[in-house]
Design a protein around this ligand. Sequence first.
Ligand code: MLT
Ligand code: ZN
Length: 473
Amino acid sequence: MHDPIPALLDSLRAALGPSGLLTGPADTAAYVEDWRRLYRGRTPAVVRPADTGQVATVLRLCAAAGVAVVPQGGNTSMVGGATPDDSGRQIVLSLARLDRVRAVDPRDFTMTVEAGVTLKAAQEAAAAAGCLLGLSISSEGSAQIGGVLATNAGGNNTVRYGNARDLVLGLEVVLADGQIWNGLRRLRKDNTGYPLRQLFVGSEGTLGVITAAVLKLAPAARETAVALCAVASAEAALDLFGRFQAHDPGAVTAFEYMSGAGIGFVLDHIPGTRLPLAAPAAHYVLVELATPRRDAGLRAGLEHVLEAALEAGEVTDAALAATEAQRAALWRLREEHSEAQKREGASVKNDVSVPVSAVPAFIAAATEACLALMPGIRPVPFGHLGDGNIHFNLEQPKEADAAWFLAQDHAIMDTVNAVVRRFDGSFSAEHGVGRLKPYMMPEWRGGAELDAMRRIKAALDPGGILNPGKVLG
Ligand code: MLT
Ligand code: ZN
C-alpha cells in the first residue's frame, strides 16, 4: 500500500522551513512521552509552525494525506492527552512557537494571547497591565494557554474565578480541514447561535486546534492574606471553609486541603521545604484571601476567623504569611504535591469531584474502599476543597513493586469511582479524559450524551485525524 507519510513530510518541510520540522529521534524524544511517563509513543515528525497560517497549512496537508495529528502545548497532561500512540504514524503538532501576547486591554479587562504562551507568562502580562488572570495551576510555568483551554484546566482559583472555560470570551481555531475560524471577539454579550468556543474548550484537541484566545481579566488584588492551618479532620476543614465564606464570601481565592501523608512526602523529597507549624498534623488547609478593595483589612479578618476556629477546636495551629517569600513557601508545600508523590514511588491518580459538602464523607469512604482493595496502599487525598475537586491519589504500598502496582490502575480507579458515583460526582474533575480514561466514558456518559459527542466529532473531524484515541477512545 502507498505510504503517504514521506511525501507529507516533504510538503511540510517545504511549507514550514527546516526549523519547523523535527524528525530525528533525539529531537522528538521529549514530545513522545507524557509528563507522568505513563505513555511513550513514536512519531514520524514534530511540526512547529510559527503562526496560525502555518497551523492551517499543516492541518490542510495532513487532512489531505489522511495522517493523524496530535496537538501539544507544554506537555503537562495528567491523562496522556498530548502523547502520540506507538504506531509511529501520528504527527505531533507543537504550538510552542505561537508565543505572542497580542494585546492586553485594562479598560475592557481582556487579553488576547496565542496558544504557545505559558500560563505564567500570560499571568505576568496581565499583572504588568494592572490586571489579574484568575487561573492558577501547579504546572503553570510550563503549561501553555492552548492546552490549558483545550483541556478546560481548573486549578487553585476555581472557587473564585471558575475554570478555564469561564474565562474565555473568544477563540481562534484551525479546523480539521485547515479552515481558520477567527472568533477572537471581546464581547461580554454575544447571543448569536451556538457558542462554538465552548465546544473547543475542553475538547482536548479532538475537534480543532486552538491557536489564540481572548481571556477575561479581573482587577488586580490590592491585598492578599495566606495561611497554612493544621485542622482536626476533613470535616473541620469543611467547617473552616464555611467560616471564611460566611465572613467575606468574595475574598476566598483558594481553599486547598492536604493530608498529613501528602505534606510528609513534600517535606521528605522537595529540598528547601519545611513545615512552619509546631508539629505535623493529619490534615491541613491552605487558604488564600485576596481583594481589589481598598482598606479591606484582610489579615485582621483572617486572624479573626482563625481565632474562632481555634476556639472551636477545628484549627489546631496556623502559620500566616507575613511576606511574599513566606507566601510562596506556603504555596510550595501545596504545589509540589505531584512531584513529591512521583519521587516517593508509583502512584495512581484519581482527579474526582463531589459536591463540596460531601468531600469529608467521600474521603473517608474512598479511603476505606482502597484499603480493603489493597492493604498497605497509601491514600494521598489533596486538592481543591473549595470547589469539591479532590485528587484522591494512591501511593504504592511501601514494599510493593512499582510496575505491579501500576498494572492495578484500573482496579484502583474503578474502586474510587464506585465511591464517587455514590456521591453523584465526576470521574474527571479538571484533568480531562485524554488517553487514560476513554474506557470510562460509556459507563459514565453513555447513551444520548456520548451519542451526541460522537456526532459532533464526526461533523467537525470526518476523517478522524485530530488526536485519535483521546476522549472518545
Ligand atoms: C494539582 O492540583 O496539583 C494537580 O491537579 C494534581 C495531581 O497530581 O493530581
Ligand atoms: Zn488540581
